[in-house]
Design a protein around this ligand. Structure first.
Ligand code: ATP
Length: 257
């Protein structure tokens, strides 16, 4: 579903993402992990076509994102780390606004919006202005709106920040249910328990390079000590001085390389 080949992003003399190769099969919930500044957001912006790679290519559903940006965006849903919502719209108006961006028929938008708002616990708030929403409610609204056009690839940057335990549980359940229906999700998170619990596979990026990928259980097994946590694996792989140059990623069972 998603394929990155040699994807590189340079800002002047600084390389934020260095020659990333990654394949994410359809129907996978894929966790994208890495410390602050590792290159996660930069990579995700290249995946959704918001910034162009300095080198390399991104294909989504077989489409080259740089060459066919509109076709690619039709099948992508993107939730940035700081999503923008128009405060002076009601929740339902916001859904209509997003539906119009994707040229969805109005007759289709209303029932789907009601269904999604209810799914995210906002059914009773559909006519309330977004400005009256809490941070977590705004996040739920953004998640509801991003599913409106039935994307095949969902790219979600740090969705758990600011969600209460119910909101986090809900989001995890919705993502798993959508993935069971065939959605592919690329999710960046610093919450390693989330990655451990819901992701089929994870990749760890450090200083712009892929340092490991595999099923969470396989990564933990690699650490070699019973009871090891993904956190310990993560800290080991991303410690200052950990090898990031030329060694190639640690690839473990559970996914294609
Ligand atoms: P975090 O977990 O803190 O969100 P991240 O893994 O998402 O981090 P990125 O935002 O992708 O990291 O940033 C990767 C590196 O690229 C950082 O060193 C950042 O300072 C740099 N960077 C990002 N955007 C720009 C830009 N527009 N100009 C210059 N440098 C940038």
């Amino acid at each position: 579903m998603l394929s990155l080949r040699g994807v590189t992003k340079r800002y002047g003399g600084f390389t934020a993402v260095a020659g990333l190769d990654l394949d994410i099969p359809a129907g996978t919930l894929f966790g994208f992990l890495g410390p602050n500044g590792a290159g996660k957001t930069t990579t995700m912006k290249m995946v959704v076509g918001l910034i162009r790679p300095s080198a390399g290519s991104v294909h989504v559903g077989g489409q080259d994102v740089a060459q066919h940006p509109l076709a690619a965006r039709r099948i992508i849903g993107y939730v940035p780390d700081r999503p923008h919502v128009y405060e002076r719209l009601s929740a339902l108006e916001y859904m209509y606004f997003i539906g119009s961006l994707y040229s969805l028929p109005r007759a289709e938008v209303l029932p789907r919006s009601e269904q999604l708002l209810t799914l995210f616990g906002l059914g009773h708030k559909r006519d309330h202005l977004v400005e009256s929403f809490s941070h977590g409610m705004k996040q739920r609204l953004v998640m509801a709106s991003v599913l409106l056009h039935r994307p095949r690839l969902l790219v979600v940057d740090e969705p758990m920040v600011g969600l209460d335990p119910q909101g986090a549980r809900l989001l995890k359940d919705v993502l798993r249910a959508e993935v069971a229906q065939g959605l592919t999700v690329m999710l960046s998170t610093h919450t390693l328990e989330v990655a451990d619990e819901v992701c089929d596979e994870v990749a760890v990026i450090h200083k712009g390079r892929l340092v490991a990928r595999g099923a969470p259980a396989a990564l933990k097994a690699q650490a070699g000590v019973a009871g090891d946590t993904l956190e310990r694996v993560f800290l080991t792989l991303t410690a200052e001085g950990a090898a990031t140059d030329g060694a190639g990623p640690v690839a473990l069972g559970g996914g294609p390389t």
